[in-house]
Ligand binder design. Structure first.
Ligand code: NAP
Length: 283
């Protein structure tokens, strides 16, 4: 079994970006809005700031109290939409109760929507049009598959989870590369049998211990997107590593698999947004 090293690939992607950024007339700019004091969100935002530094980007962070009014956040997004030095705007999810996250995400200008949540970018993704953004986590998974020479073409790809952030865009990207895709969710009967037919199994549910060895076909590629805490408080995915490692040909670790690739994907989108704003080729 080969462990797919997302940490190493993400580091390589960030240093590639750093070299390209040095040739731009100005730094790509990312603005991150964090509302409330969710500790996991705080950690993610800190990570994004560090990534921006490593890639040579300019970054700004807006930390707002949980009781901030929707209108105030909308006004901030509006201001950032109009700024020439800001190429990407990110609203850290989840938002505190009472805020309408859909309305806030829809207010971000599509060309600054580096998380790929705006309906214009989602529409481009699902209709195969160019010019949108790649959703960070699924795009990171595809980059990892490519790096290890794995193509979804002609393969049965089973995606566990149908969220707008991971499951649905993951299915779209696998389909776009000629995979035959089955998407499973909480109402899917006989999950184990469906998983056992997967050549490529992507789990994005958020339930530790969900994917056991008997659910995995011999020689399958297993990508664990989930980030859970086990009984000891240790970070883990959906996959029972010890069991699945006996069957899979390729497997992503948690941590060190998809997580770092998601962060590298955000940096890539911010760079691409800057290139569009500066009217230069990203390559
Ligand atoms: P989410 O919005 O809660 O979606 C979870 C999905 O799993 C839903 O579609 C749900 O079905 C489905 N589900 C729940 N129980 C199931 C079961 N027993 N069998 C099959 N499907 C089931 O979560 P998310 O935002 O997509 O995130 C999923 C996981 O990935 C979480 O652990 C999250 O922390 C992690 N994540 C990691 C990264 C990364 O960078 N590594 C990025 C984003 C998310 P219904 O639709 O029917 O409810």
């Amino acid at each position: 079994m080969i462990l797919m090293d997302g940490k190493a690939l993400a580091a390589k992607r960030k240093s590639e970006l750093r070299a390209k950024v040095d040739k731009l007339p100005r730094k790509p700019g990312l603005a991150v809005i964090l509302v409330g004091d969710d500790p996991a969100s705080r950690t993610y935002v800190n990570g994004k700031r560090r990534d921006c530094g490593e890639c040579g980007f300019y970054s700004e962070e807006y930390t707002l109290p949980a009781e901030t009014a929707q209108a105030e956040i909308l006004a901030l997004i509006d201001e950032l939409n109009g700024r020439e030095d800001i190429d990407g705007i990110l609203v850290q999810l989840p938002l505190p109760k009472g805020l309408d996250s859909r309305a806030l995400l829809d207010a971000i200008r599509p060309d600054k929507d580096v998380d790929c949540f705006h309906p214009v970018n989602v529409g481009k993704l699902f209709s195969g049009q160019k010019g949108g953004f790649a959703p960070c986590t699924p795009a990171g998974v595809m980059d990892l598959l490519h790096e290890y020479g794995i193509s979804p073409k002609g393969k049965h790809c089973v995606v566990l989870g149908r969220s707008n952030i991971v499951g649905k865009p993951m299915a779209a990207l696998l389909l776009a590369e000629d995979g035959t895709v089955t998407v499973c969710h909480s109402a899917t009967p006989d999950l184990a049998r469906k998983c056992a037919t997967a050549d490529i199994l992507v789990s994005a549910v958020g339930k530790a211990g969900l994917v056991t060895g008997d659910m995995v076909k011999e020689g399958a590629v297993v990508v664990d997107v989930a980030m859970n805490r086990n009984a000891e408080g240790k970070l883990c995915g959906d996959v029972v590593m010890e069991e699945v490692a006996e069957k899979a040909a390729y497997l992503t670790p948690v941590p060190g698999g998809v997580g770092p690739m998601t962060r590298a994907g955000l940096m890539d989108n911010t760079y691409r947004a800057a290139c569009r704003h500066l009217n230069v080729s990203p390559d």
